[in-house]
Write a protein of this length. Structure first.
Length: 168
């Protein structure tokens, strides 16, 4: 579920298509997409304008469900096979949203902290190029309640940065 044009200045690096997205053929056409757009402060038209915002998951195919009914992680061979070559074509990207631990691991490497929470909380260390984020899934509602700083500190920073890039 890749959506990208070389002119894009914002990149959303997600995990892999989920069940609904696999069926719709469009990334983030589910409640997590609604939440992500809200976090970003953009409407659907802006979000899906691939000349401005690229959406490139760590895996292009639906990886299936795990025993608990959640999506499996992106397949391990996907990103190494194509991500570096694809990123070379997205050379205008000024901001990459690292949605979830798989995108954070790939893009931050050794700079990533010991946990997703620590990595996200350290978002200022990765600025201005990256903003690490939890996945916007309902499965992370408890994490969001335990970490009110995310909404109080990170989201205003994110919205301001996105607005500035889209206006330029």
């Amino acid at each position: 579920m890749l959506r990208a044009k070389a002119s894009a200045r914002i990149l959303i690096a997600g995990q892999a298509p989920g069940t609904r997205v696999h069926q719709s053929g469009m990334p983030f056409t589910d409640p997590s997409g609604d939440r992500l757009r809200e976090w970003m402060g953009v409407d659907s038209e802006t979000f899906y304008d691939d000349t401005r915002i690229a959406i490139v998951p760590m895996g292009f195919c639906f990886p299936g469900l795990d025993a608990k009914g959640g999506d499996r992680p992106p397949r391990k061979e996907c990103a190494p096979a194509w991500r570096t070559a694809l990123m070379a074509h997205l050379d205008r990207v000024e901001l990459t949203l690292l949605v979830g631990s798989y995108a954070q691991a790939w893009h931050l490497g050794a700079a990533r902290k010991a946990s997703l929470s620590e990595t996200v909380r350290s978002f200022r260390e990765y600025a201005p190029q990256f903003v690490p984020m939890p996945h916007p899934s309902w499965r992370n509602n408890a994490w969001l309640r335990k970490n009110p700083w995310f909404a109080e500190e990170l989201l205003p920073h994110l919205r301001e940065r996105i607005s500035a890039i889209l206006k330029a």
